[in-house]
Each structure stands twice: as C-alpha cells, then as structure tokens.
Design a protein around this ligand. Structure first.
Ligand code: HGY
Ligand code: MN
Ligand code: MN
Length: 431
C-alpha cells in the first residue's frame, strides 16, 4: 500500500475538475438555455446532482442526498464510520454565472478521493465531498441555507419564503421529495467531523497580481444583506407636478448614491452594493410608487460593517423622510467575520509552499463561502485558486488548468500531512 508520507505523483496537465465544470456550465445543468443559472432544487440542480453523484461513485464514493438537498459523497477511512474530513463547496450559482464559482471546489474534492482510491489508500479518517445546494441565495432570499442546516445553526426554516415565481420553499421541498419537518436532520454532530476544507476560485485579482496560482485564506469578511422597500405614491406622469410627487424610484436613486458614497468612504475592505432593483408599477407614463432593492454590505470586521450599516440606515431614513416616502428595511442575512482555523491554515500554507516552491500568499476573502457557516461546526480552512482578472459572478469567469491541478496537489499534500500528523488527538480518529 502506498505510504501516507509519499509525494503524490505528477498529475496530467489538463484538469478534469475544470473540464467537468465546463460540462456543467450549460443546459440541462443550467436552468437557462443560454449561459448558466443553477438554482437550488431546480431541474438543472437535479440533473447536476445526478451527474455529480455518478462521478462520486466512479471516484470510489457512496453518495446520498441529505435532508436539506445537499449532495454528499463518502469515502470510508481505515475504520468504517470514522469521523470525516469534509471537502465542500456549492452546486448552485448566481444568475448568468461563471462555471467555477462553487462547482470547482466540489469537483476538486472528487478528484482528491479519486486519487486516493486509485492508489488503494485508506486514511485514518473518512473523506466526504459535499455539494451544497444553496449558498448564493439566488432562488430564495436566504443564502447558505443548506450549509447552515449541516452546521446545525439553522433554528427554523423560512418555509413561506417565495422564489421569483411565487413558489414557497415548502412547496419546492415537497416537490423534490424532501420533508420540511426533517430538514434540520441534515445537521452533523461535531464528533462526526474532523475539519472542513474548501477550495474556491479567488473571485478577486490578488493572486493574479502576485503571480501565484493558489493562495491560502486567513479569514472571510462579515456580510449583511438587506431588502429595502420604498413606498411612494404612483401617479400620472403627465399630470402630477414635480413638486407634489412621492416618487419611490427617485428616492431609491438618491439612496443608492448615498450607499455608494458611504461604502467608498470607509477602509478599503468595506464594500456596499445594490445589485437588484425592482420598480413598480413599472410603466413609462407612471410615476413609480414602489421601489425595492437589495443592499449587501461587507467588511473584514463586524465593527466596520456595522458602522457603515448604521450610517446607511440613517441616510435612507433621512431621504425617505424628506421625500414623504415610507421606508422598510428587512435584514435577510447576518454573517459574522470568520477566521479560518490557524493550525489548518498554517498546514495549508506549508502545503502550498511545498507544491509551488514559494511562500504562500495569504488573503482575506471578501466573498462569502460555505466555510464561514461550517466554522460553527468544525475548524475550517480554504485554498484559493487564481481566476482571470479577478472576474466572477460573470460568464467571463476563467481559471487555468495548471492552477486547478496545483490546488489539487495542495489538497492532497495537506490531507497526507494531516493523516500522518493529525491536528487533533489521534483518539479523535476512532469511531
Ligand atoms: O455572495 C457571495 O459572496 C458568494 O458568492 N455567495
Ligand atoms: Mn458566488
Ligand atoms: Mn462561491
């Protein structure tokens, strides 16, 4: 049997993980005929799970769909039922997405298992590859629903929340054969898991600027997501004098400019974004009576994020008051900043240095990841993969095959090292 201490053999130049992401980037793995949109529990999501489960089996894993609709593959360790190192990321996508955000991490997890299985190597722990169903929040307005279910941090399910077609989460679960009353059973017990590792494209320009194919994440930025509703009075565009209008869209425009100004006035890690805007009634000859928009605020620390959020809320209230508009702010998401586990991060950095021959570039992730939710369950670490020009959430997202192969080597090296010198007491490895 090959030794845990041996170096993994050289990998092919082409990355099967990247090729598989490309294959999954179009219909029937996309809900749209053009480009990629894969929504939680949609037809495309189901087709994707069927295909990915097949690849999991071919790699030597068993697979199951958990109570929350996540796809989970398992490769047993030396002792059946041993705690698992979880390797995960998400299967869902934003609208008009790139092909690698989320999916590449899942595909690389499968490659890791395929590699060990091909060597006939069983580790002192199990490996589980998790494809999370809802990370983006692109079907329902709550993101990271399914990793929260696995981490055991979801107290209640927003079953009445609706998607763009007005279908409730309850109905979507039922039509997928998932029982809403059992959803929280997706939770793992801490003793079932050893750690969580996620590989993900950087979605930013830092690694490219540093001329590094891979890097190590030290922490993930804090996030808020709000739904902002501004209610004015709809009226006739020809007869309503400007001075008497309560134009909800004009108020929203002023609010969006204030959000941009406040976002730009803080430290560099502070960002504030309005990515969605709905206007009602939405006719060229009607003064808009309703404007609803999303608000996403992030920063490296909760302090910076919260200060900006308070300033933005105050500005929105002032604008609404001055214009006689009714304002409603609903906080839909509150993700605290998440440090990655220092010991695992150090190990990952050592693996990066061993594989690349260079000191690992460490960076904070401005993008959210399932890892930030999984940190409530188990120690987490993340490896980042360079992406072209830092472009993501965009069909132009691109990743190099050799970078993905380098990430795979890093993951293999990290796991071999972990197996040879566990992060926790060796007794933790027994079932
Ligand atoms: O929004 C995010 O940061 C992530 O891509 N879900
Ligand atoms: Mn994303
Ligand atoms: Mn992602």
């Amino acid at each position: 049997m090959p030794s845990l201490h041996g170096q993994p053999e050289a990998l092919p130049t082409d990355s099967r993980a990247v090729k598989r992401c490309d294959q999954l980037g179009a219909h029937p793995f996309s809900d749209t005929q053009d480009g990629l949109f894969r929504a939680y529990l949609s037809d495309a999501y189901k087709a994707t799970c069927t295909q990915v489960a097949q690849w999991m089996h071919e790699a030597g894993m068993t697979s199951r769909m958990d109570a929350a609709g996540n796809l989970i593959g398992r490769y047993e360790g030396q002792t059946p039922g041993a705690p698992a190192l979880l390797i995960g990321s998400h299967l869902d996508s934003v609208r008009n997405a790139g092909r690698y955000d989320g999916m590449l991490g899942v595909m690389l997890g499968i490659e890791v298992v395929a590699h060990f299985a091909a060597q006939g190597l069983r580790l002192p722990f199990a490996l589980e590859v998790i494809g999370f169903g809802d990370e983006e929040g692109s079907r329902f307005p709550t993101s990271m629903l399914t990793s929260r279910a696995v981490a055991g941090t979801l107290d209640a399910l927003p079953l009445d929340t609706v998607d763009a077609n007005g279908t409730t989460l309850r109905d979507v679960l039922h039509s997928n054969g998932l029982d809403p009353t059992r959803y929280l059973e997706a939770a793992y017990k801490p003793q079932q898991v050893l750690a969580y590792m996620e590989a993900h494209i950087e979605q930013g320009p830092v690694l490219e600027a540093a001329n590094m194919g891979v890097g190590v994440v030290t922490a993930i930025a804090a996030q808020y997501r709000f739904k902002v509703s501004m209610q004015g009075v709809a009226g006739h565009a020809g007869t309503m004098p400007m001075s008497l209008r309560k134009d909800a869209l004009a108020a929203a425009a002023q609010a969006i400019a204030a959000i941009e100004r406040i976002g730009a006035s803080g430290p560099e890690d502070l960002v504030a974004t309005v990515g969605q805007l709905f206007v009602g009634p939405g006719a060229s000859n009607v003064v808009p009576g309703q404007a609803t928009f999303s608000l996403d605020i992030r920063a490296g620390t909760a302090q910076v994020r919260d200060k900006a959020a308070a300033e933005i809320c105050a500005a929105l209230h002032t604008i609404a008051q001055q214009r006689g508009i009714t304002l409603a702010l609903e906080r839909q998401n509150d993700l605290p900043p998440t440090p990655c586990d220092p010991d695992l991060t150090e190990r990952l950095a050592t693996s990066v240095a061993r594989v690349t021959g260079h000191t690992a570039r460490r960076l904070v992730s401005g993008a959210g990841h399932d890892a930030m939710v999984m940190a409530a369950l188990t120690p987490v670490c993340m490896v980042f993969i360079r992406c072209k020009e830092g472009i993501s959430h965009n069909p132009a997202e691109a990743v190099r095959h050799d970078d993905a192969q380098q990430a795979l080597l890093v993951m293999l090296d990290f796991i071999r090292t972990l197996a040879a010198s566990p992060a926790q007491e060796p007794t933790e490895f027994s079932a």
